[in-house]
Design a protein around this ligand. Structure first.
Ligand code: SF4
Ligand code: FES
Length: 362
């Protein structure tokens, strides 16, 4: 008879759970779920070696183990610390942790531009969520923020280095998923940046996944850039027969149009199955896919706004009241403005749009 595996008992925020030896505090907390799970900006369960960079997952160990119940003097990174039998951990129940997390967020925001209104990651940015929970109203930082020389990463991926928090996830992704990594973190300390050493495009078959793992808007999809806000889109799960990947994706619709394709993500915002570049960038028609159904957006996120489950839409009274006529007050923006013409592809412009990009139509 197989010997029964001994499990470790760990108590996190007063909830006790049994886990296998070798489980990290973060993963034990994720098994409990909800707010007990610390935020993780650099750890990614699917990437070997990730974690230990951002310090957002700090927790207090109030008792080390049954054998040695002394508390750990310093807060520890929960993604890099394994549970011991009898360990007692405090996350949201510890004022020290909340205070430290506020500090970590303040540090992460020191050089991060507050450009959420024009950032494509807005609405699905983990740093944005974290700032709402732990950020301060103002900054105490008085120096200039970092600026960088622009790097062109090719036709699919846009790098905004000023937004990067140096979590290393994209480097691990390129290392572990593609056969030739051409980018990495160059330089040290304040000068550290994501870049290709000699100007190169990121064009490996699976490199598009760096967009999904980036917790902020440093790496975004050039084919989707500036096209829409994520909370206006409707995520739908779909699949296809793909020879390179499992072909399981989320399609982001506005009306009938697929605006972008991403990998499916779990409740922790992590990719379920990596997808290839062809599925992500080339298959933007409904006909390319077999639809599985609406994506469950359970995370407390602005994306779920407007996609309520069991929603009953109020009755549309306007056509009834108007007797079939179109209301006069509503106008088509394109009939009064030259800007935002649908025939101008904003993502194809090399920089921000100007009025000259919308020449007057005769
Ligand atoms: S570009 Fe994004 S994924 Fe890569 S290190 Fe910076 S924040 Fe992390
Ligand atoms: S998630 Fe643990 S240090 Fe970043």
């Amino acid at each position: 008879m197989a010997e029964e595996k001994k499990l470790f008992k760990v108590t996190i925020d007063n909830i006790t759970i049994e886990v296998e030896p070798g489980t990290s505090i973060l993963n034990a907390a994720r098994m409990i779920g909800g707010d007990v799970a610390p935020p993780a900006m650099c750890y990614y369960s699917k990437l070997k070696g990730s974690g230990g960079k951002c310090r957002t997952c700090l927790v207090e160990v109030a008792a080390g183990s049954t054998a040695d119940p002394r508390p750990m003097p310093k807060l520890v990174a929960s993604c890099r610390t394994n549970v011991m039998d009898g360990m007692v951990v405090k996350n949201i129940t510890s004022e020290r942790v909340i205070d430290a997390r506020n500090g970590v967020v303040e540090f992460l925001l020191i050089n991060h531009p507050l450009d959420c209104p024009i950032c494509d990651q807005a609405g699905e940015c983990h740093l944005q969520d974290l700032s709402y929970d732990h950020g301060k109203e103002g900054t105490r930082y008085e120096f200039n923020r970092r600026t960088f020389k622009k790097h062109d990463l090719g036709p699919y991926i846009q790098l905004h280095m000023t937004r990067c928090i140096l979590c290393y996830r994209c480097v691990f992704t390129a290392d572990q998923l593609t056969n030739k990594r051409v980018h990495g973190i160059l330089d040290r300390g304040d000068h550290a940046e994501i870049a290709t050493y000699i100007e190169k495009s990121l064009d490996n078959d699976f490199i598009g996944n760096v967009i999904d793992v980036c917790p902020v808007g440093a790496l975004t999809d050039k084919t989707f850039r500036f096209k829409n806000r994520v909370w206006f889109l409707k995520p739908v799960d779909a699949h296809c027969e793909c020879t390179k990947c499992k072909g399981k994706v989320t399609l982001w619709y506005r009306g009938e149009e697929v605006f972008r394709v991403t990998a499916r993500k779990d409740q922790w915002g992590e990719v379920e199955d990596w997808i290839c570049n062809e599925c992500r960038f080339e298959k933007k028609k409904t006909a390319d896919w077999i639809i599985d159904g609406p994506t469950q957006v359970s995370r407390q996120s602005v994306i779920s706004q407007g996609h309520y489950q069991h929603l009953e839409m109020p009755k549309e009274t306007m056509p009834e009241v108007m007797g079939g006529r179109q209301p006069r007050l509503l106008m088509d923006i394109h009939s009064v403005s030259e800007v935002n013409r649908p025939d101008v592809d904003l993502s194809a412009l090399p920089g921000p749009a100007h009025s000259t990009d919308f020449p007057k139509q005769s």
